[in-house]
Design a protein around this ligand. Structure first.
Ligand code: SF4
Ligand code: SF4
Length: 362
């Protein structure tokens, strides 16, 4: 049995030891941006405009064979895979890729896929395939919901979006899989600060698990100067974060982590910078749809191209220049996004505890 807690716990200890001995650390969590295609029209993000404005770029995306060569090269170093986008499930053969990765990577035990959940049939079919064929892989399916009913449709720019997501949620639950947890992912931005309390009341009433993220303006999201970044609304956002933190308990760990994330998010919003060291390139690495490797999904300078190094990501990550870059990344404080903040908390527990108490009880 691939127990995700045991595998990650062991990795955490090994990585800490390697740090102590000043040995190079090779990431165990990989984010794969499977495609930049998107069928949503969100206000907080302009990714959906990429191929609308430059349709020829789509041809540059990696083929399935290329992705599988990369995955095979990661082998036993792949413990945790985050498949994102764009809308990640629009990528053809994504289920085949994940099922083959599961066969080829013996430690691959945790998968998370954030999806807008708009294409119900496709979403259910992909998760059905993965969770039935990869019995010991634990899958987190997170559906993006930023408002209730018509507000979700408005914020996401798609008529009927809320009803479609609710149908997707019901059908995913209906699969009855013990190796999958279905969540709502709620992103707080300038545009929905006032919607969040009602939305949280609704998900609690319905018993829907959820976690919170906070909107950033970054070039990678094609939303610079949109004004949606919560740091522009620090007072309102920190008050909301205080209320939300109390919705999460201290245990089990999948409530503790969001609780710590929310408390430290207050420091990020008020101070404008992440409160703890980043673990990009030490614990995590990101591959974009064209095979470029980045420290994280949010910085826009690649560290190398997999097409130019025979798809061998471990040799790329082991280069001296990349290990130097990993040291610089520790000092980067530009974001506080759940996909990188959670590994950063897990890899920097003493720092996270200090920051937790510094932020103070809500
Ligand atoms: S936030 Fe996600 S769903 Fe919305 S446009 Fe961006 S990539 Fe698409
Ligand atoms: S702080 Fe954010 S932007 Fe900077 S390296 Fe870490 S994940 Fe990337």
């Amino acid at each position: 049995m691939r127990n995700k807690l045991l595998v990650l716990g062991k990795e955490n200890i090994l990585l800490s030891l390697r740090r102590l001995l000043r040995r190079a650390c090779i990431p165990y969590k990989y984010t794969f941006i499977s495609t930049w295609r998107c069928n949503s029209r969100c206000r907080i993000c302009g990714v959906w405009k990429i191929y609308r404005d430059n349709p020829d770029l789509l041809q540059r995306e990696l083929s399935t064979d290329e992705v599988l060569r990369i995955v095979t090269g990661i082998g036993g170093r792949l413990l945790w895979l985050n498949v994102t986008g764009g809308e990640p499930l629009l990528r053809e053969e994504i289920d085949t890729i994940i099922c083959k990765a599961y066969k080829r990577c013996r430690n691959f035990s945790l998968l998370n896929i954030p999806t807008n959940g708009i294409a119900t049939a496709r979403t259910v079919s992909v998760f059905d395939e993965i969770t039935s064929r990869c019995a010991e892989l634990f899958t987190y399916a997170s559906l993006s919901v930023d408002g209730l009913g018509a507000r979700q449709d408005e914020l996401r720019g798609v008529e009927g979006c809320f009803d479609r997501v609710m149908e997707t949620y019901a059908r995913l639950l209906g699969l009855g899989r013990r190796n999958m947890k279905v969540f709502f992912q709620i992103t707080i931005s300038r545009d929905n600060l006032a919607d969040i309390p009602d939305l949280v009341r609704f998900v609690k009433k319905e018993g829907i698990p959820y976690f919170i993220n906070i909107a950033h303006e970054m070039r990678i999201f094609h939303n610079q100067e949109s004004g949606i970044d919560v740091r522009g609304y620090a007072a309102e956002t920190t008050e909301l974060l205080r209320q939300l933190e109390n919705e999460f308990r201290f245990w089990p760990y999948d409530e503790l982590l969001p609780r710590v994330f929310l408390r430290l998010a207050r420091l990020f919003v008020t101070g404008g910078a992440s409160p703890i060291s980043c673990s990009a390139l030490e614990a995590t690495a990101t591959i974009d749809p064209y095979g470029e490797v980045f420290p994280c999904p949010f910085l826009d300078t690649p560290i190398g191209s997999l097409r130019e190094c025979n798809y061998d990501i471990l040799s790329l990550l082991g280069r001296h220049s990349v290990r130097e870059a990993a040291r610089r990344m520790k000092r980067c404080r530009r974001c506080w996004q759940s996909c990188e903040a959670y590994p950063a908390i897990v890899q920097n527990i003493p720092q996270a505890i200090r920051a937790f108490f510094k932020a103070g009880h809500p």
